[in-house]
Design a protein around this ligand. Sequence first.
Ligand code: NAD
Length: 281
Amino acid sequence: MELRGKTAVITGGASGIGLATARQFAASKMNLVLGDIEDGPLQVAVDELRAGGARVIGIQGDVSKEDDVIAMRDAALAEFGAVQLVFNNAGVGGGPAIATPKKVWDWVLGVNLDGVINGVNAFVPLFLEQNEGYVVNTASEAGLVGVGGMGPYCASKFAVVGLSESLFHELAMTGKDVHVSVLCPNFVRTRIYESQRNMPRDLVSYNESPMVQKGMKLAKQAVDAGIDAADVARAIEDAVASNEYWILTHQHSAIAITEQRLEWMRGGRVPFANLGVKAPS
Ligand SMILES: NC(=O)c1ccc[n+]([C@@H]2O[C@H](COP(=O)([O-])OP(=O)(O)OC[C@H]3O[C@@H](n4cnc5c(N)ncnc54)[C@H](O)[C@@H]3O)[C@@H](O)[C@H]2O)c1
């Protein structure tokens, strides 16, 4: 897709990968709608991009709510007349698979999976109607391998990979100029380890448990050692420009871990995947 002059809606656009991609798309002269649950950082992001000459608006909203995502799409249509790209990117981390309260599972799945479902439902019919559109869904390398310590997160990201793959085949069958990519990064330096800042108020006490505190500390260490979000943004733009389905920013580890899972399925060794724990040599 030629990006210049087109309009993109980016969820989770006020921070991290979403904001870096907004900067990348702005440099390529796209119009932008940033959707985010955090109003203050959203305004800061919009002001920064406008100061750089971009045409951009910010819409505060929660991607787990269908109406909020529809409002982001409608705001894009009202402001720019058309929309050609949606980046379903907003996401949060959660606790382990063991003993995480159901409400925390619901929050993680609500943002990471329902957010993508809402984006697909709001935008794909429009894209098919106009015979032009591009969907980028943020999953994770944790959508390619189950990682100890990240149960709800892995469940949501595996689901996003599956959903995106189904969408890829369905779109191919339509024969229309509408495409999808799935983003599966390993660690990227963002605020993902502070996801609890957006947790519903009644769940916040969950973060006080020593096990959750330990998980957040390990997540921070891993994220701080990750790649720059600007590198991810460049990979996204390249994938959209060349219509590549898989966006594997850490191609070596993504393929290695997938091969290790295949070996496991064939009766071989169990892959080693635990948050913050080094593999035994
Ligand atoms: N950082 C990593 O190491 C990494 C690796 C793989 C995948 N990802 C994925 O990348 C995506 C972006 O995360 P990030 O790393 O940039 O983290 P981040 O915390 O810096 O940015 C996430 C953004 O999403 C917003 N958000 C949270 N809940 C929301 C909701 N309900 N509705 C709307 N917006 C909401 C936050 O306010 C924030 O601006 C996520 O889907 C995440 O799972 C991150």
